[in-house]
Design a protein around this ligand. Structure first.
Ligand code: COA
Length: 319
């Protein structure tokens, strides 16, 4: 019997502190009008000084477990997608495992920046399909605020912190229909944090981005990956109930939807409330649309993302 990966529950968590565009006007040369017009972002959430990526991941994970009506003890695989782990090691997944009181099951992080959750869920799908796991916790969690230069208006206005999670289990019907992952390291200089272990911490510890070039790449890539997923499954665009795109910039999302002839009513958009939360953005948007009743059981959903690396990918699923 073919085994599929089915989403059993979703959860999301945003830290309490809200930073508005008006707040940013006081610290960098920007304006609410510019940020809203160019990005669609109005607010972003930022962690407190003593709050970590694992704290956010734990809240989202507990909410997803509760939605799935499962206990931590039911989980036999934990994967956390993050670019901003609490420590170099142990992985945030291991820290989360300890927080949830789970012992012995595999737990590891995935680093694919904003495509992290799509990578993580694709990997977990392989574990479930091959029988290596039966019930997994997949989390995208980020404290991107810690790698932002808050004096750089080109990046600081765009990002925020948060976490999104899903609990998935083995099922006899889809579930996840297809996954497509890609990367191309040739574009590494367009979006990066230069400092790292390999260069002894030299270089900037903050995100550097060539915004314009990333924008153009994103629109091209995102349109292409929707078509790739649909073609692989012999599906028409009209058969998609929902597109859940990476929440980076409303103009990128609108341009992708236009290119695909997809009405915005079928696109989940949350970027205005929390900005780009990197690996957390797709599961946060998905969770919100499930909880507010837009995404219904049996509907067809396409998740897609792109990010630093460059990395990009999609997941087509029947919810
Ligand atoms: N406030 C006010 N002005 C700003 C600004 C800000 N926060 N950031 C940049 N500007 C200025 C620029 O300096 C430039 O001024 P100039 O014309 O005097 O040189 C002007 O606005 C236009 O800059 P430009 O970069 O052409 O704007 P844009 O329309 O491309 O928008 C981004 C900039 C960053 C919003 C846009 O390029 C973008 O969203 N890129 C993709 C980023 C992204 O999604 N990254 C994550 C990928 S996972």
């Amino acid at each position: 019997m073919t085994v599929y990966t089915r989403i059993l529950g979703t959860g999301g968590y945003l830290p309490d502190r809200v930073v508005t565009n008006a707040d940013l006007e006081r610290t960098v040369d920007t304006s609410d009008a510019w940020i809203v017009e160019r990005t669609g972002i109005r607010t972003r959430h930022v962690v407190a000084a003593d709050e970590t990526c694992c704290d956010l991941a734990e809240q989202a994970a507990r909410r997803a477990l509760s939605a799935a009506q499962l206990d931590p003890g039911d989980i036999d695989l934990i994967v956390v997608a993050t670019t901003t782990p609490d420590q170099t090691f142990p992985s945030t997944a291991c820290l989360l495992q300890q927080r949830l009181g789970i012992r012995g099951c595999p737990a590891f992080d995935v680093q694919a920046v904003c495509t992290g959750f799509v990578y993580a869920l694709s990997i977990v799908d392989k574990f479930i399909r091959t029988g290596s796991a039966r019930c997994a916790l997949v989390v995208g969690a980020e404290t991107i605020s810690r790698i932002l230069n808050w004096e750089d208006r080109g990046t600081s206005v765009l990002f925020g912190d948060g976490a999104g999670a899903v609990v998935v289990g083995a099922a006899s019907a889809p579930g996840v229909v297809s996954t497509h992952l890609h990367a191309d390291g040739a574009f590494k200089e367009l979006l990066q944090v230069p400092a790292g272990i390999g260069n002894g911490g030299a270089g900037s510890p903050y995100m550097e981005m060539k915004g314009n070039e990333v924008f153009r790449m994103a629109v091209t890539i995102l349109g292409r990956i929707v078509d790739e997923a649909l073609e692989a499954n012999g599906m028409a665009r009209s058969e998609l109930d929902w597109l859940v795109p990476h929440q980076a910039n409303i103009r990128i999302i609108q341009a992708t939807a236009r290119k695909l002839n997809l009405p915005m009513e079928r696109v989940v958009v949350t970027v205005g409330q929390h900005g780009n939360t990197s690996a957390a953005s797709v599961p946060l948007a998905f969770d919100q649309a499930v909880r507010d009743g837009r995404i219904q059981r049996g509907q067809t959903v396409l998740m897609e993302a792109f990010g630093g690396g460059f990395t990009w990918g999609s997941i087509l699923l029947r919810y």
